[in-house]
Design a protein around this ligand. Structure first.
Ligand SMILES: [Zn+2]
Length: 297
């Protein structure tokens, strides 16, 4: 059980397994004028493309870089000038080294650089991620917010503390009215919440509230994983997070063991549509249970 979780998690949070597998074909979707999303093997890549060149939000796994660049060439001939990492996980930062070698400047929250600089160990997944090579590390880091003024647009990155990890950035394309949520939002599936990287359920919900505040009914929302949606799609996800986490918190307060909490299937109404191979119904309950247990300790 433990092994299968760790093996699958490699696909999401590290590069090892994905580095072996051939990268998936990259699909390009236009989200707004000059804004695109690339879907492929890792997290969704947001793109601003225009007369100043290309800015990427995340860059998937290293082996996908040639496909990412080929997909980008269909919308703009220039290599990316900047890459913003929404957080440290390998399915969002794996292309950093390749792109930096081609001249991209990588921008991220301070904690992203810190975590990528040293080996990371997840007790929850029983999984080790080695330190990234120096060439993959973000060169520009910030601790609260950052703006990139390009393509007649302001790309504003906001820090969301203790959400999916402790170094998450949400990127708002102000003029185009698009938001890339990073992994604060998994659309159409249960989210991974990396408790061992400083993520938390309450921080995640607070981060989602901040995004909902920044959005309006016309905003296009690019999730870290899953299809592009809107404010209503994100609001439904928030409702699910609040309901499922309150149910599991109650079970923890009642003194139920993890196995008892899982057996109770507290989120049966959501499991059929949101459980998937990495975040199964049991895994999601385990995450919520562990989060509640750590908080009540
Ligand atoms: Zn992630």
């Amino acid at each position: 059980m433990k092994r299968s979780i760790a093996a699958i998690s490699l696909c999401l949070i590290a590069n090892a397994a994905a580095a072996q597998a051939p990268p998936k074909k990259i699909e390009v979707e236009k989200v707004a004028e000059g804004v695109y999303v690339l879907f492929g093997s890792g997290g969704n890549i947001g793109v601003s493309a225009g007369s100043d060149g290309v800015v990427l939000i995340d860059d998937q796994y290293a082996p996908a870089t040639p496909q990412v660049l080929a997909a980008l060439a269909t919308v703009n001939p220039n290599p990316p000038r900047f890459v913003v990492n929404t957080h440290w996980h390998g399915d969002h930062t794996g292309g950093n080294e390749n792109l930096a070698a081609k001249g991209s400047v990588v921008v991220a929250h301070d904690r992203v650089r810190q975590r990528m600089s040293t080996e990371q160990f997840s007790e929850f997944l029983d999984h080790r991620t080695p330190a990234s090579p120096a060439g993959a590390l973000p060169v520009v880091t910030f601790n609260d917010s950052v703006s990139l003024h390009v393509n007649g647009e302001e790309l504003r990155g906001y820090y969301a503390p203790h959400a999916h990890t402790d170094g998450d950035t949400v990127v708002v394309f102000k003029k185009a009215n698009v938001i890339h949520t990073g992994d604060l939002f998994f659309h159409g599936m249960y989210p991974f919440i990396d408790l061992d990287s400083g993520g938390s359920v309450s921080g995640l919900i607070a981060g989602v509230d901040k995004i909902l505040e920044l959005a309006d009914e016309k905003t296009r929302i690019i999730p870290g994983h899953g299809k592009v949606t809107d404010q209503a799609g994100l609001a439904a996800y928030r409702k699910m997070l609040v309901e499922t986490s309150s149910r599991v918190q109650l079970l923890v307060k009642e003194g139920k063991s993890l196995a008892e909490a899982q057996a109770a299937k507290p989120n049966a109404d959501y499991d059929a549509t949101l459980a998937w191979d990495f975040i199964s119904a049991e895994f999601f309950v385990r995450t919520l249970y562990e989060d509640a247990r750590r908080r009540l300790k």
